[in-house]
Design a protein around this ligand. Structure first.
Ligand code: 3H9
Length: 699
């Protein structure tokens, strides 16, 4: 019977060496057609006496970057047979040489480990990043890696998922030779040199030495580093198993565990996030050829926590920054903080000592906005006050060169209103960084109805340059992330009014996987910040500030960690929240005042109520067109607000619960259901289906 799958492998010969080239752009993922082609090539080579060795190489920019993640949703019989292909390689009677360039990751690197030899270009990277997708290396990686590098190193590599360069990989014995010059020529020459080597060096036939200490240490550490996650536990068990059983047994167990991990909601969530992050960069209607501006110099206004953090992003990327303050004292303090942050990184070995000064040398402090005339991008990061921002943008308009992008880091204010004070509203955009701005990966890119395509495209490109995930959003109070946070906090507050303790609310969200619940988080950020934002929003709307027990906590002077007391107590200047009897009394008095009879709430109730609230607000944001897709909301909430990636973000999580269930939860708590959410629930759809349908209608 002929095989109906078109093969994605090119076969060629160089004398007695057969070359199999994988041709599946852009990253040569192991898609249907790759195993069929490789197996056919190997079958032919096995019986052809004129073939002495086989070279497997990737066409285009990389070797195989892993299994094709999109095929994980296929029924098992349709999934490309990676394990079978590697088994065929392992049993192949002649030398097989994997020629690696680009990123040989996951199943791609596992396939290379199934070959008898590996050569690589100097800039190639190899690694097993499956854990970042809630998976484990499922094609022999957990069994072969410890046989080469030992248990400890194997666990380091697999649990971190971080790729290593060709040189360290060679030192670890994972690569036999680094090829300078043309990879294929070098690989063929290498294959010829090893053509007669017998017995063939098969990793599966090597022993793996037990290391119970490393296993125990890994078990301890994943409780903290991968709290609540399934696949790291499988990984530790499987690496341990490699030292105690013959290869085939460990390999079979790995296959079973891989399927369990792949079919888990955790992996579905992480795979969703993988694609969501990449989708966020695609803006309907924004042409790929839109011209962008080269950002060679940046101006930052404000050297406070935010301004300093923002400036560091550019310094880290080698882009000079001019930072402006109103008083020398503030400028000195800001510079000092930046220096100290770099020195602390150097002390931890994260930065070379000489790079501290190199980065600081790129920074020009000044007290005059007039010094921003040569900046290609200027980001304002002063406090949230519309009048102050308007004044700054009026002055910026006068000093900035034509074509410069003027950005505001506002987290709540109307960017369009700020833009309107300039003569070039098309050059104005919101670049909303998250604190600490040098670390948090999210960048909300806020476009107004006047922002030009070029400014938008430049901002998206820039987000990648500085290592951020940029997500384009529209203007509304709090944009996407903070708007959802407000709704979430309001519900948390109501849950406490109705009977839950703040610590029960925090514990519930913590058990879902968020590093902090709403109250520990507000205490850390400063309770007064939310208080002031709510007061300002009420003033803007011309309404009285809604009554809330949390505001009464602030009115007692309890502003959070910084005052040693907030919703929690922080005795002895510590940072560990301790339930506060004073706040308990305040809450009880508040309930009595409102005539509320407290009722206990279970942890599940709290989780479903708060997550339903997030999805409900997210649905409104989608309906209003503030976010382009549900997956963008997931990206924002995961990268900016600590929603665990293995839950896939609040919209994906809601879909996993079932949108009908989410609607019922909202109704149970007398919350108004967003029409979009209700419609999707009635139609039995998920937010992913909504995204897919919208994408289709836009093409
Ligand atoms: C695995 O291997 C399991 C096995 O152990 C066991 C199996 C039995 N599949 O990131 P980019 C797409 S698990 C499908 O923008 P870059 C990506 O979506 C896998 N698609 O480029 C994008 O599509 P689009 C283990 C994939 O240069 C396009 O390729 N491997 C895959 O910034 C370009 O991607 C991994 O986890 C894939 N595996 O980075 C590696 N990879 O243009 C995952 C990429 O439509 N991949 N795409 O948006 C990566 O880390 C990065 O993509 C890579 C390139 C570093 C390779």
């Amino acid at each position: 019977m002929t095989d109906p799958t078109p093969h994605l492998i090119r076969t060629s010969r160089d004398g007695d060496v057969l070359i199999l080239t994988i041709d599946n752009p852009p990253v040569n993922a192991f898609s249907p057609g790759v195993p069929e082609g490789l197996k056919a090539g190997l079958d032919a080579a096995a019986t052809d006496d004129t073939v002495k060795a086989v070279v497997i190489i990737g066409g285009g920019r990389t070797f195989i970057a892993g299994a094709d993640i999109r095929t994980f949703n296929l029924p098992r019989e349709q999934a490309p047979d990676l394990r079978g292909t590697i088994a065929k390689l392992d049993a192949f009677p002649k030398p097989t040489v994997a020629a690696l360039h680009g990123t040989a990751l996951g199943g791609g690197f596992e396939l290379a480990l199934g070959c008898t030899h590996r050569v690589a270009t100097p800039d190639a990277k190899v690694g097993l990043p499956e854990v970042k997708l809630g998976l484990l290396p499922g094609a022999g990686g957990t069994q072969r890696l410890p046989r080469v590098v030992g248990v400890k190193k194997a666990l380091d590599l697999i649990l971190s998922g971080t790729p290593v360069g060709a040189a360290p990989a060679r030192d670890l014995g994972l690569i036999d030779e680094i090829v300078e010059g043309d990879l294929l020529t070098g690989a063929v020459a290498f294959a010829r040199r090893v053509a007669d080597v017998r017995p063939l060096p098969r990793i599966s036939e090597r022993p793996a030495q037990p290391d119970p200490e490393a296993i125990e240490a890994a078990r301890q550490s994943i409780r903290k580093t991968h709290r609540g996650q399934l696949s790291p536990q499988f990984i530790v068990d499987l690496v341990d198993l490699a030292t105690r059983t013959p290869f085939n047994e460990g390999h079979a167990e790995e296959g079973v565990n891989f399927v369990q991990a792949k079919d888990s909601p955790q992996s579905r969530g992480m795979r969703h996030m993988f694609f969501a992050e990449r989708e966020a960069a695609k803006i309907p209607g924004l042409d790929k050829t839109t011209p962008t501006t080269d950002i060679r110099r940046v101006g930052v206004i404000g050297a406070g926590t935010m301004g300093g953090g923002i400036a560091m992003n550019f310094l880290n990327a080698g882009i000079p920054v001019t930072i402006v303050e109103t008083a020398q004292e503030n400028l000195d303090r800001g510079l000092n903080t930046i220096r100290k942050t770099y020195e602390a990184s150097a002390a931890k070995g994260r930065l070379k000592p000489e790079d501290v000064q190199k980065r600081l040398d790129l920074l020009t402090p000044t007290l005059s906005m007039d010094d921003l005339g040569d900046a290609d991008l200027i980001i304002e990061a002063v406090f949230e006050d519309m009048a102050v921002k308007k004044d700054i943008f009026t002055r910026l308009d006068a000093v900035a060169k034509p074509g410069a992008i003027l950005a505001t880091n506002t987290s709540t204010l109307d960017v369009g209103e700020i833009a309107a004070v300039t003569s070039r509203p098309e050059q104005v955009i919101g670049l909303h960084f998250f604190s600490p701005a040098n670390i948090m990966k999210l960048l909300e890119i806020v476009r107004t109805d006047k922002t030009s395509d070029s400014v938008l495209a430049t901002s998206l490109k820039l987000s990648r340059t500085i290592g951020k995930v940029g997500v384009v959003v529209g203007v509304c109070n709090g944009f996407v992330g903070n708007r959802m946070l407000y709704a979430y906090r309001e519900q948390a507050s109501k849950a406490v009014l109705e009977g839950a303790t703040p610590q029960a609310v925090d514990a519930a969200m913590n058990s879902l996987g968020l590093p902090m619940g709403p109250y520990a988080m507000s205490d850390m950020a400063g309770l007064d910040i939310g208080y002031m934002a709510r007061r300002a929003a009420a003033e803007r709307a011309g309404q009285p500030m809604p009554d809330d027990w949390v505001d009464r906590v602030v009115q007692l002077g309890r502003k959070g960690q910084k005052t040693g007391a907030g919703v929690y107590d922080y005795p002895d200047g510590g940072r560990t929240p301790v339930p506060s009897p004073a706040v308990d009394d305040l809450i009880q008095a508040y309930r009595a005042e409102k005539g509320v009879q407290p009722r206990e709430a279970t942890q599940d109730d709290l989780i479903s109520r708060l997550t339903a609230t997030l999805a409900n607000e997210g649905a409104r944001i989608l309906e209003e067109g503030i976010a382009l897709r549900a997956s963008d909301i997931d990206t924002i909430y995961t990268y900016g607000y600590g929603f665990p990636a293995y839950r896939g973000g609040p919209m994906h999580y809601a879909s996993e619960q079932g949108l009908t269930t989410v609607v019922q939860t909202l109704e149970r708590h007398s919350l108004e259901v967003a029409p979009l959410l209700r419609r999707l629930a009635q139609e039995g759809k998920t937010f992913a289906q909504y995204d897919a349908e919208r994408a289709k209608s836009q093409t």
